[in-house]
Design a protein around this ligand. Structure first.
Ligand code: HEC
Ligand code: HEC
Length: 210
C-alpha cells in the first residue's frame, strides 16, 4: 500500500509538472468549430444517445489528449493512440489548434446530471471509495476524486454523471486492451481485475454520482 501511495505521488508530481501552464485553447473559436460534434455529442455536449459520451464539462486537457490520440489511432492503423472507427475519423481533419479550441469550448459547458439506481448504491459506493484490497483493486476515488470529478492537473477525467453505457464500454475496452492510451497502463491494470458484475455496478453507480 505504501508503495502504491508513493507511485501515485510521483506520478501526480510528474503529471502536474508537465501541465503547469494554463490551457491555451480559445473557447469562442471552439464554439464555431464544434458544429460537427453536435450530431453525436449533442448541441450542448450532453450526448442524447447514451453510447456517445457526454463531453460538456470535461477537463480541457483531457479532451485535447483524447482528440490527439483518436487521430493518432487512425494514422497509426490502431497501433498507437486511441482507435475508434467513428471518432478517429472525426478527429482526422482537426488541426492541433482546432483540438485545443473545441476542448476549451466543451470544458466551459455543464455536464447534465444522471441518477444512480438504488440497488447499486451500497456495493458501488464501497468499490468506488475503498476499492477491494483482497483483489488488488484500488479506490477509483484515489484518482478520479471522491465525487468522480477528476482533476485537470493530472488529466484524470471527470467520470461522474457520464452515461453508464459509455462507462461500461470503456471499462471493457481497457480490460481487453482495445483502449490502451492510458499513461503507464494504469486503467488497464485496474480494469483487468474487474468482473462483469463489478463493471455493471460501477457504471450505474458513477452515472449518478455527485
Ligand atoms: C458520428 C458521431 C460522432 C461525431 C460527429 C463526433 N464524435 Fe466524438 N465520439 C464518438 C464516439 C462513438 C466516441 C466514443 C469512442 C470510444 O468508444 O472510444 C466519441 C468520443 C469522443 C471523446 C472522448 C470522450 C471521453 O470521455 O473520453 C471526445 C473528447 C470527443 N468524442 C470529441 C468530439 C469532438 C470535439 C467532435 C467534433 C469535432 C466529435 N467528438 C464528433 C462519436 C462522434
Ligand atoms: C491510478 C489512477 C486511477 C485509478 C485508481 C482509477 N482510474 Fe480511471 N482513469 C485514470 C486515467 C489517467 C484515465 C484516463 C486515461 C486516458 O488518458 O485516456 C482514466 C479513465 C477512466 C475512464 C474513461 C473515462 C472516459 O471519459 O472515457 C473510466 C470510465 C474510468 N477511468 C473508471 C475508473 C473506475 C471505475 C475506477 C475504479 C475501479 C478507476 N477508474 C480507477 C486513472 C485512474
Amino acid at each position: 500500500m505504501k508503495k502504491i501511495a508513493l507511485t501515485l505521488t510521483v506520478l501526480l508530481g510528474t503529471l502536474s509538472a508537465s501541465n503547469a501552464t494554463a490551457f491555451d485553447g480559445d473557447a469562442e473559436a471552439g464554439k464555431v468549430k464544434s458544429a460537427t460534434c453536435a450530431a453525436c455529442h449533442g448541441p450542448d455536449g450532453n450526448a442524447p444517445v447514451t453510447i456517445y459520451p457526454k463531453i460538456a464539462g470535461q477537463h480541457a486537457d483531457y479532451i485535447y489528449k483524447q482528440l490527439k490520440e483518436f487521430k493518432l489511432g487512425m494514422t497509426s492503423g490502431g497501433s498507437e493512440g486511441r482507435m475508434d472507427p467513428v471518432m478517429s475519423a472525426m478527429a482526422m481533419p482537426l488541426s492541433d489548434q482546432d483540438m485545443k479550441d473545441v476542448a476549451a469550448y466543451f470544458s466551459t459547458l455543464n455536464m447534465s446530471a444522471g441518477t444512480t439506481p438504488e440497488d447499486v448504491v451500497e456495493v458501488g459506493q464501497k468499490l468506488f471509495r475503498a476499492g477491494d484490497a483482497e483483489r488488488g483493486i484500488p479506490s477509483c476515488a484515489a484518482c478520479h476524486g471522491p465525487r468522480g470529478n477528476g482533476t485537470s492537473l493530472a488529466q484524470f477525467p471527470k467520470i461522474s454523471f457520464q452515461h453508464p453505457e459509455y462507462i461500461k464500454s470503456q471499462l471493457e475496452k481497457f480490460r481487453d486492451g482495445t483502449r490502451a492510451n492510458d499513461l503507464n497502463g494504469m486503467m488497464q491494470d485496474i480494469a483487468k481485475k474487474l468482473t462483469d458484475k463489478d463493471i455493471e455496478v460501477l457504471s450505474k453507480y458513477i452515472g449518478g454520482l455527485h
